[in-house]
Design a binder for this molecule. Structure first.
Ligand code: PLP
Length: 433
């Protein structure tokens, strides 16, 4: 029962270092956020000790009287967060993550080898939406289902709904997945519903990235049109790392959806729920229902727009020329830079971003862009004026990347990164720049 610092100084010290890294730098990774102290307290609680396979009132283990109340509370708050009528919508709060939520949802909706369509990974879709390459089926969603991606219109870099409809007419999917990891615009759920209905397909929205913005009314509402909605809880929703599956209970011919989803989560795809995480989700959903969260979500979007226009003022090229949500895709190809080079330079100067494919990239392995998001900086109370400074800092980091690449090629770049991370070596000059 001794504290961590006494029991394991190595792990303790790594946590201290990571805490310093998270708060001393600028966190611009679009899929990350800073969850509340209250959620972390719940996540680190004694609830981690408990097994509770099954559902409230129907467990495979004794001693679940408090866990049952907790899970029901979490379900209630999840439905309330998205203003859902409990007689029409249900939710499973047990998925360990967004990926397992998606696989469980697919398992509930369709049969092995059925056809699915999701936005292609190079166009911003997620791995779990059916990703495969010419050489290999990469994701379980393409291993166990037949998948065919839809894509962006190369001219506008928006979802090409016309082509999606044509492809669906040929491919005849049983499930259409919308939602993305790197798409800066809102979705046309009504159009997607029409396309899905033409094929008798289910429509699933994976709002992992945007669920906080959807809950706050900053983006269109997928629940009006979709059969199932999945999300992670740790991105714009600002909770612990986990997933949720919302399902419509009244779809004609699928009245057993509640049972199908619940059975798909456990026992089909998972074992015992992580009750500590469920408690932390419940806490985060309580916070997401407060007026302060709506103000936060609005500011996330405002900050993303300010960041986009700051970069555009510096003459940079952004995919779709801006954003409707929390994220920006920055096309670095006109500068002849790769996303990974800029990611390294930014790491070295305390700005955390990630390399990302941009529309038309030849290879997802060497992407020509970076993805930025404003959720975490907004959680640190940054507003428009702060974000303008962030845009200028990013401009300087990218100019530095151009300079390092031009002057000395990759050797100096390597030196630069080494120097900036270790404080020694011949790249010191570059660091001083
Ligand atoms: N779905 C989308 C759209 C995502 O962006 C992600 C993660 O980035 C996931 C699912 C998977 O979430 P997790 O990493 O929690 O498995």
């Amino acid at each position: 029962y001794a504290p961590l610092a006494e029991i394991d100084s190595e792990v303790y010290s790594l946590i201290q270092k990571e805490t310093w890294r998270q708060f001393s730098g600028l966190e611009l990774i679009a899929s990350e956020n800073l969850t509340s102290r209250a959620a972390m307290e719940a996540n680190g609680s004694i609830l981690t000790n408990k097994y509770s396979e099954g559902l409230p009132g129907a467990r495979y283990y004794g001693g679940n009287e408090h866990i049952d109340v907790l899970e029901i509370l979490c379900q209630k708050r999840a439905l309330e967060a998205f203003s859902l009528d409990p007689s029409i919508w249900g939710v499973n709060v047990q998925p360990y993550s967004g990926s397992t939520a998606n696989f469980a949802a697919f398992t509930a909706l369709i049969e092995p080898q059925d056809r699915i369509m999701g936005l292609g990974l190079p166009d911003g879709g997620h791995l779990t939406h059916g990703y495969y390459t010419a050489k290999k089926k990469i994701s379980a969603s393409s291993i166990y289902f037949q998948s065919f991606p839809y894509s962006l219109d190369p001219a506008t870099q928006l979802i090409d709904y016309v082509n999606l409809q044509k492809t669906a007419q040929l491919f005849k999917p049983r499930l259409i997945i919308c939602g993305a990891s790197a798409y800066p615009r809102d979705w046309e759920y009504k159009t997607l519903r029409t396309i899905a209905d033409e094929q008798g397909a289910y429509l699933l929205a994976d709002i992992a990235h945007t669920s906080g913005l959807v809950a706050a009314g900053e983006l269109s509402n997928p629940f009006d049109y979709c059969d199932v909605v999945t999300t992670t809880t740790h991105k714009t929703l600002r909770g612990p790392r986990a997933g949720l599956i919302f399902f419509r209970k009244d779809r004609k011919g699928s009245e057993d959806m509640e049972n199908r989803v619940n059975m798909a989560v456990f026992p089909a795809c998972q074992g015992g729920p992580h009750n500590n995480t469920i408690a932390a989700i419940a806490v985060s959903l309580k916070l997401a229902a407060q007026p302060e969260f709506k103000t936060y979500a609005k500011q996330v979007v405002t900050n993303a727009r300010v960041l986009a226009s700051g970069l555009i003022q510096h003459q940079y090229k952004l995919q779709t020329n801006g954003t409707d949500n929390h994220l920006i895709l920055w096309d670095l190809r006109p500068l002849k830079l790769t996303g990974s080079k800029v990611e390294k330079i930014c790491d070295a100067v305390g700005i955390t971003i990630n390399k990302n494919a941009v529309s038309g990239d030849a290879s997802a392995q060497a992407p020509g862009g970076i993805r930025l998001g404003t959720s975490a900086l907004t959680s640190r109370s940054m507003v428009e004026d702060d974000i303008k400074i962030v845009a200028d800092l990013l401009h300087r980091a990218v100019q530095l990347s151009v300079q390092v690449q031009k002057e000395a090629g990759s050797k100096l770049l390597k030196d630069f990164v080494r120097v900036a991370t270790t404080g020694e070596g011949e790249g010191a000059k570059a660091v001083r720049v």
